[in-house]
Every structure is written in structure tokens, then in C-alpha cells.
Design a protein around this ligand. Structure first.
Ligand code: SF4
Ligand code: SF4
Length: 386
């Protein structure tokens, strides 16, 4: 008999896996998760198990991403793609409120914050850590973001423990993965070998227990050898990280190397394209736009994602205070890995590797940090423009 309370777990055979999605849907959630589209694995609406990237894997390197067929029917045999779950909580473009003229004054009509309950299906350990960070950013202070808070209160977190590491992953260095250490309502680990395909399902919260309570008849007790296999899967993934980064002392290192010549080296390559910030699960810069109607009766305030790599992002009184690519890349990295600690009490990086994969010129923050740890050579060009 399988205990279906918090901390309970069971083995779900592959043929019964659709029952898990059915149970989530029956509990009132729309499911969003990984699916193949336009040559990449993206997060979108899932109607059933067949929408998952069955039998696909990804190959990732600096500036490179491609999908390949695996030799099996794994449901989760890939790592993270260009999308992050952030878009479901902090949409890329969002109307915040509408103001309508009324006589000599105006009224503000707030944007409704209701919406569907969403199951984020297939969150990886680094992505759970990313969610912790955006929780702190958007609702950890005295004025929580109402839209984020409402959407965050409606999600179910269904995590998957990674069975392989990507070429640009370094979650081990950042202490965020690959094993799930909490923060999920349900955790799935895929156990796949010739002739065997099943999943260990772990229950992490009361809500997770409520969702799977109807699965008692299809879940089997976990034999000790499957526990050992799950441990081995996570250990093997941890041992095969594509990248490493020494994260100790980074905050001080970055503060002390503002004039290091390496900044010019990276600025010579950086296109300021903003890709690294768009794919990052924790970047949260945004800008606001007022959109009036033609007869000036109403005006809408919209928020959309922005990037510290944009020249206009640091504009003060019409003048950008970070004119050079050097100053913009340095701002991004010193915030992400350094001053984020002062602002939010943690690093802003979870080691997902997306910014390396999706940088068109393969700029790699793990490589940049390693270079900043080297003493500046006197013949190298100066750090220059701040
Ligand atoms: S900085 Fe790069 S590796 Fe770190 S969380 Fe953002 S995208 Fe992932
Ligand atoms: S580091 Fe790469 S991805 Fe980021 S702005 Fe520069 S060129 Fe674009």
C-alpha cells in the first residue's frame, strides 16, 4: 500500500503515466510543460503525454542548440530550452491598469488578477531555484507585485529530476541541482533501461497529495533498488555537468575587478543583443509604456520585459549612463553574481546555462568569471568606460 500524504512516494509504470496528467487536470489545473516547436523544446500548453518531447534530446554548447532523436522513448531526456517558466508569472507584456477620464479628473481601473490555475509540469531543480528568486524579487518586499502574487498562488509545481546534464549546465556549482531539494508539489524521476520504463513519484506538499490521491490503485511501493537507481541517476547527472564555475567569493571578486581588462575583452565580442537576459529565468528588468486612445479618454499602462543591455534602459534625464557595451555587460554580470546578494540575499544565477547556449557569439559567464580571477596583465587594454 502506498502512502499518499506529504513525503509519500510510489512507482508509476509508463503505461499509467497519462493518469498523472489526468489527475492534474481533474484537480482544476491547465497543464503547461515541455513540447517541441520550431526545432526547440519550449514550454506551452500540454493536452496529454503525447505532447511531451518523447524520444528527443538536446545538444547544447556556447551559441549552439539542436534537437536530436534519442534511441529510446524517454519523456524527459533533455534539459532546459530557450523558454523559462517566468513567462507564466511575469508575462513578457502585461497591462497593469487603465485610467479613464471622468470630468476634470480620472479613475484608475486596476487590471483583474484572476486567471487559470496552472500546473508547471517538468520544472527542473535549477528552475525551482529560479522560482524562489523571482518570488523574492516580486513578492519579498513591502509592495508585492499583485499580478505575480495572484498567478503564483495558482500554480502547481511538478518537478522532474534531471537524468542528464546539458552541455552548458552548471547547477552543481551554484548549489541548485540536479536533485530536487524541496519547493515542488510533486517530483517525478524517470527510470529507464532496456525493457523497463517507470517513474518514481514523490509527494512534496498537501496540494500535491490532493492532486494524486486518486492514483493509489496504479502506484506501487518503491522497492529499495529503485531508490538506489534514482540516487544513481542524480549522481550521474551531477558528475556530467557541461560547465563548472567557482562561486565562492564572487561578490567580492566582482567588486574588486571593475577595472580588469577582461571587461574590454568581452565587450569586444558582445553584441548587446539582450538574448542572455531574455532567456534567463531570474532577469526581471522591465519598462513601462503609456498607451492613450485617440480621443484621449483612456490611457493604458503596459509593462514589458526590458534588458540592461539596451542603451535606453539606463537613461536618466534623457542620457544613458551606461553608454558602452563594456559598462552594460559589467552591470549585468556584477549584478547577477555580486550585488544580487546585497539586494536579495542570494546569487541571481541558478546555473541553467541558457545565457551561454543562446548567446549568438558564445559568451560564457563561467569563462568570464574564470578570466576575472586571473591577475590583470599590464599589457592588456584598460577597463575603460564605466
Ligand atoms: S545567468 Fe545564465 S546560467 Fe545563470 S540563471 Fe541566468 S541564464 Fe541561467
Ligand atoms: S552576452 Fe551574448 S547574449 Fe548577452 S547581450 Fe552580449 S552578445 Fe547578446
Amino acid at each position: 500500500m502506498v502512502e499518499l500524504g506529504v513525503g509519500g512516494r510510489g512507482i508509476l509504470p509508463r503505461r499509467e503515466f497519462p493518469r498523472l496528467l489526468e489527475a492534474i487536470t481533474a484537480s482544476g489545473y491547465e497543464i503547461v510543460g515541455p513540447t517541441v516547436r520550431e526545432g526547440a523544446i519550449v514550454y506551452d500548453r500540454l493536452r496529454g503525454v503525447d505532447d511531451l518531447p518523447i524520444g528527443w534530446t538536446d545538444r547544447q554548447e556556447g551559441g549552439q542548440y539542436r534537437l536530436e532523436r534519442r534511441g529510446d522513448e524517454a519523456l524527459f531526456g533533455y534539459t532546459v530550452g530557450p523558454y523559462t517558466w517566468k513567462k507564466f508569472l511575469f508575462p513578457a507584456r502585461e497591462r497593469l491598469f487603465t485610467a479613464r477620464r471622468e470630468g476634470d479628473s480620472f479613475v484608475v481601473i486596476p487590471e483583474p488578477t484572476d486567471g487559470p490555475k496552472l500546473a508547471l509540469f517538468g520544472m527542473r531543480a535549477c528552475e525551482l531555484a529560479g522560482l524562489d528568486i523571482t518570488d523574492t524579487v516580486f513578492q519579498g518586499g513591502p509592495t508585492p507585485d499583485p499580478g505575480y502574487r495572484a498567478r503564483r498562488g495558482r500554480i502547481l509545481r511538478v518537478a522532474v529530476q534531471c537524468g542528464q546534464a546539458g552541455g552548458t549546465c552548471f547547477c552543481v556549482s551554484m548549489g541548485t541541482g540536479p536533485g530536487v531539494r524541496g519547493g515542488a508539489d510533486l517530483v517525478v524521476t524517470e527510470i529507464l533501461s532496456p525493457g523497463e520504463h517507470r517513474f518514481r513519484l514523490d509527494i512534496g506538499s498537501e496540494e500535491g497529495a490532493r492532486v494524486v490521491r486518486g492514483l493509489a490503485s496504479v502506484l506501487a511501493p518503491v522497492p529499495p533498488e529503485d531508490d538506489a537507481r534514482v540516487e544513481a541517476i542524480v549522481a550521474r547527472t551531477a558528475a556530467s555537468m557541461g560547465r563548472t564555475m567557482e562561486s565562492r567569493g564572487l561578490r567580492d571578486l566582482l567588486r574588486e575587478t571593475l577595472d580588469h581588462p577582461r571587461w574590454q575583452h568581452v565587450a569586444n565580442r558582445c553584441l548587446s543583443c539582450t538574448n542572455c537576459t531574455m532567456v534567463c529565468p531570474t532577469c526581471f528588468c522591465s519598462t513601462h509604456e503609456e498607451v492613450p486612445d485617440l480621443n484621449a479618454e483612456t490611457v493604458e499602462r503596459w509593462r514589458r520585459w526590458d534588458s540592461c543591455f539596451n542603451l535606453g534602459f539606463s537613461e536618466l534625464h534623457g542620457v544613458s549612463v551606461r553608454k558602452s557595451g563594456l559598462s552594460r555587460y559589467r552591470q549585468w554580470l556584477t549584478h547577477k553574481l555580486g550585488t544580487w546578494h546585497d539586494q536579495f540575499g542570494s546569487s541571481g544565477c541558478v546555473g541553467c546555462g541558457r545565457c551561454i547556449t543562446w548567446c549568438p557569439v558564445a559568451i560564457d559567464l563561467t569563462e568570464e568569471v574564470a578570466a576575472l580571477r586571473q591577475p590583470a596583465t599590464p599589457s592588456a587594454p584598460p577597463g575603460g568606460n564605466r
